[in-house]
Design a protein around this ligand. Structure first.
Ligand code: URA
Length: 215
């Protein structure tokens, strides 16, 4: 697994506002969208392209288009939805699938309550978006779903990660998918998880910050 933590003053500036408990939901959504676009720019460096010929007003020349099969973006519901707009702005031709994974607040174990993905993902590059890489359980489950359907590679884009979660994902991949390409992009790697599975210092519950407290 390749882990990338973006080191850029604009990203740190936006993450600082995101963390602030006084940031409103509407500002939180706007900052999330802006951060995702910055993260996605880095995270799509290896997106597959095919050579094309293009006619300009003056001549013809070589260029590239995003290759088929198109990349698939998978927001993990509910908080991942808040990242979708920023992602599709950059990759408007991508397809979108959905995974609903929730964690049991006592055991912290994730369970899947909704799934809407193409049956076949052969050779697809999949971008999983979920704001918080906390225990890593949700990301492990999401990765298993798409690799079991034949995805070629996974790029996970998260806003904030915890070292425990990143380590859990690394171990899971080594044990279960040692030959698959997985990259993880974070805007910040935080200090730790607390004993109820929240990232510290973190930003609280990302779904609540985006959408309010309704379940
Ligand atoms: N999910 C969140 O929304 N926040 C955390 O800190 C951890 C998991």
């Amino acid at each position: 697994m390749d882990l990338h933590v973006l080191n850029h003053p604009l990203v740190s500036h936006k993450v600082t506002y995101l963390r602030d408990e006084n940031t409103s939901s509407s500002m939180f959504r706007q900052l999330t969208e802006e951060l995702v676009t910055l993260l996605a720019y880095e995270a799509t460096r290896d997106v597959a392209v095919e050579r094309v010929n293009v006619t300009t007003p003056l001549t013809t020349t070589d260029g590239v288009h995003i290759a088929k099969p198109k990349p698939l973006i998978v927001p993990v519901l509910r908080a991942g939805l808040g990242m979708l707009e920023g992602m599709t702005k950059l990759l408007p031709s991508a397809e979108v699938g959905f995974l609903g994974i929730k964690r049991n607040e006592e055991t912290l174990e994730p369970f899947t309550y909704a799934e809407r993905l193409p049956d076949e993902l052969d050779n697809r590059q999949v971008f999983i978006i979920d704001p918080m890489l906390a225990t890593g359980g949700t990301l492990n489950d999401s990765i298993d779903y798409v690799f079991e359907r034949g995805a070629k590679s996974v790029t996970a884009i998260c806003l904030i990660g915890a070292p425990e979660g990143a380590e859990n994902v690394r171990k899971h991949l080594e044990a279960k998918w040692p030959d698959k390409q997985v990259s993880v992009y974070l805007a910040a790697m935080d200090e730790k998880l607390n004993d109820i599975g929240y990232i510290v210092p973190g930003l609280g519950d990302a779904g609540d910050r985006l959408y309010g407290t309704a379940e």
